[in-house]
Design a protein around this ligand. Structure first.
Ligand code: DGJ
Length: 731
């Protein structure tokens, strides 16, 4: 997996299909030589930069045979003539940026170490991964930078993160500390990112990489609705099935940055890590600091190729939860059915109807605690409202379980309402700047998770409620960004650490609670998909994809999300019409077919559906349960993009190719439309498949290369879900 060639100082990492190659140049600079399709590198002295270029400096005046700005780096430093955006900026006590780190040594070991305090992917068996640590040192100080690479050959994945150790006698300050840097060779790359907003999360955007810096990221204290911590470089013209894709996904839920910089020679530097604009960190003598991990995926099979690798790896090596490998229940959530106005009777009525429809889990959303009848109060007062639920949480849970369903409960543990007993007794627990009234989001403030007493209090609250064993599922919500980022518990010169310390506090709580309650299924949420990132998914194996439950809007949201995250992570529910977010009315079939791509559920009042609709719901639940394993654990392929027209399509194929489901959606209709066809992907070309409902038989090659002809769509918002099984023989 990892090789070092002493003679040429080549460090090569190989996965099954890829290679990633570095070289120590002139005994000091760690260069990035190659990342892509697997190759064998035999060349003796590989890197040959030009020695005399005009208007470039020589970082080492004793060796004028190269220019530092001309080198492709693995990790880049400011101050000696490389003017591109650096990987690290660390200042000494006088505020001077410490320049230049050079190769010192490296080690190769089995397995993958954890990153203290941070979520990360993991190796299940020691021999399935190998880790390379490269130590860089600074000639003028005793600072060490350790670049860490873990290779997962079978998964075709490489992860990277970086540690800095202060072995000096004085304190230094980190101002920028990236998880990954790669200098790509010149080429016509495109940049792919997933921008969005509340209700419009993770739309796909592509653009040619321009000269200069393009930077995406978050400064909201959460990874955000606005950008997912993901960026990819694509060879020009890359499609779902063809082209080279270089994907980077940060295992972090806070402020991040991902930037490209195309320089004068058309080389592209890519940096990704904690957002330096909202970060600084004091590193005392003897201390170290570790960055979040970045997960790197290369594919020359287009975007589907990259997604397949992320999906397979994340399904198996991201979430620590015992539920990661288990089929997930079909749920009903009362939020859009009742909002805050419910009582035990109305909830039980929803539950009763749900049970008759085959639903397996009832989730009680916001409004069960304190005096919370609107979003104006009570966050922090996690005591059941006996007016609404006279038997408490245990009482309603008992009744739901008696119906044969599991019981789930909503929390928003990171928040505090100004109108709450918690705020009245601990106003200093909320993030706020002295003498400046804090900005409110959804009428609430954010708890200061940098304070250990706040972390302890949240952990005790969870232990008290979940310790009753009345809860089978937790929805962990978070409904506003961080503002007024000041903590009276931190000294004035360390306020720049707050955003990251908040994340460390949050991860500590998530780690402790999810480990203490391994039998509870946790689902993440942040006003919908505002923190849908690998950091949270490490603790919680599913996530509420978006507050926008409209069947049509969801096509784009789920399509974009599937670039990186497998369907099993995506909570997707059927809701009422007209839809509460966009006002659109679609039939129950379309709503079911859209939601069925992911982790399926409902959030509406079944009492408002007619008999025919209820029959349809029953069939949907039964279809989903029959094919749940295929949908939740199959290989997923995007076929037609809703970003490019009025249709969308995807499919999921069972791991052994024996069955698959095709999903196809028509958004707006046109008059006099012909039948359309779609070319399938990922199935066995040599096999024959029978369409379950019609009994029609097709060859795999025919479906992939000629295509499947869809029924004629005659109106807006129509869709089909078609199941096929492979046949033993053609007779
Ligand atoms: C935002 C979530 O995304 C919704 O699903 C719901 O749980 C509300 N919060 C409750 O306040």
């Amino acid at each position: 997996m990892i090789e070092f060639l002493e003679k040429t100082k080549l460090l090569s990492l190989h996965t099954k299909n890829t290679s990633y190659i570095m070289q120590v140049f002139k005994g000091q600079h760690l260069l990035h030589l190659y990342w892509g399709k697997r190759i064998a590198m035999t060349v003796r002295d590989v890197y040959l930069p030009l020695d005399e270029r005009v208007n470039m400096v020589h970082s080492d005046p004793s060796d004028k045979s190269y220019h530092i700005e001309d080198l492709p780096f693995e990790y880049a430093f400011w101050g000696k003539g490389d003017f591109r955006s650096p990987s690290l900026s660390v200042t000494n006590g006088s505020g001077v940026i410490i320049p230049g780190f050079v190769y010192e040594s490296h080690t190769i070991s089995e397995g993958k170490p954890e990153i203290p305090g941070l979520p990360s992917t993991f190796a299940k068996e020691k021999d399935e991964a190998e880790t390379l640590e490269i130590k860089l040192s600074n000639p003028g100080t005793d600072l060490k930078v350790i670049l860490s690479y873990t290779v997962f050959p079978e998964f075709d994945v490489i992860t990277r993160n970086v540690r800095i150790e202060n072995l000096c006698e004085s304190t230094v300050r980190l101002e920028k500390f990236m998880s990954v840097t790669i200098d790509f060779p010149p080429g016509g790359y495109e940049l792919l990112t997933l921008p969005g907003a509340w209700g419009r999360e993770r739309w796909i955007e592509r653009q040619p990489v321009p000269h200069g810096v393009v930077s995406i990221g978050s400064s909201r204290g959460i990874s955000s609705h606005q950008f997912n911590p993901f960026i990819a470089l694509l060879s020009s013209g890359t499609s779902e099935v063809n082209g080279e894709v270089f994907g980077f996904n940060l295992v972090y839920s806070g402020n991040f940055v991902a930037e490209t910089e195309k320089n004068q020679d058309d080389r592209i530097r890519l940096n990704m890590g904690i957002n330096p604009g909202t970060f600084s960190w004091e590193l005392k003598p003897g201390e170290s600091f570790e960055t979040p991990e970045a997960v790197l995926v290369y594919s020359d099979n287009g975007l589907n190729g990259m997604s397949g690798i992320y999906h397979n790896f994340y399904r198996k090596r991201l979430s620590r939860s015992a539920f990661a490998a288990k089929e997930r229940p079909v749920l009903v959530n009362n939020w859009e059915a009742t909002y805050f106005s419910f009582n035990e009777e109305s909830l039980l009525e929803i539950a009763n109807r749900s049970k008759d429809l085959g639903i397996e889990l009832f989730v009680l959303d916001d409004g069960w605690f304190g005096g919370r009848d609107s979003d104006h109060s009570s966050l922090g007062d996690w005591v059941v409202n006996r007016g609404k639920l006279p038997g408490g949480i245990e009482g309603i849970s008992r009744k739901i379980r008696k119906m044969g369903m599991k019981f789930g409960l909503w929390f928003e543990p990171e928040m505090i309402s100004p109108d709450s007993d918690l705020f009245r007794s601990h106003p200093d627990w909320a993030l706020q700047i002295e003498n400046s009234p804090p900005a409110e989001g959804r009428n609430q403030l954010v708890l200061d998770l940098t304070r250990s007493e706040v972390v302890t209090e949240i952990i005790s609250m969870f232990k008290l409620i979940l310790g009753t064993k009345a809860v089978d599922y937790v929805k962990w919500d978070m409904n506003r960004p961080l503002t007024d980022v000041y903590s009276s518990a931190l000294p004035s010169d360390r306020q720049g650490e707050l955003y990251h310390r908040y994340m460390l506090g949050l991860y500590k709580i998530m780690d402790e609670i999810t480990s203490a309650f391994p039998d509870i299924l946790f689902e993440g949420c942040a006003a919908g998909g505002g923190r849908f990132d690998p950091g949270i998914l490490h603790y919680m194996p599913q996530y509420w994809t978006s507050d926008n439950t409209d069947a049509v809007s969801r096509l784009k949201i789920q399509y974009g999300t599937s670039l990186i995250y497998p369907p099993i992570f995506m909570g997707s529910h059927v809701s009422a019409v007209p839809n509460h977010q966009v006002g659109r009315s679609t039939e129950i079939e379309m709503r079911g077919n859209s939601a069925m791509m992911g982790n399926f559920g409902y959030e509406l009042d079944f009492a408002k559906l007619n008999k025919k609709e209820l029959e349809t719901v029953k069939n949907q639940v039964s279809f989903y349960k029959t094919h749940r394993k295929l949908i939740q654990f199959g290989r997923f392929y995007r076929l037609v993009s809703p970003f490019e027209g009025e249709t969308a399509s995807w499919m999921t194929v069972c791991q052994d190719n024996s069955e698959f489901i095709l999903f196809y959606y028509r958004i707006l209709a046109e008059a006099n439309m012909p039948r359309s066809s779609v070319k399938l992907a990922g199935i066995d070309k040599q096999s024959f498949y029978r369409e379950t409902e019609s009994g029609d038989v097709y060859s795999g090659s025919e479906l992939m290369f000629r295509g499947y002809f869809l029924p004629r769509f005659t109106a807006d918002f129509q869709s089909v879900i078609i199941h096929f099984s492979s046949m033993e023989s053609l007779d």
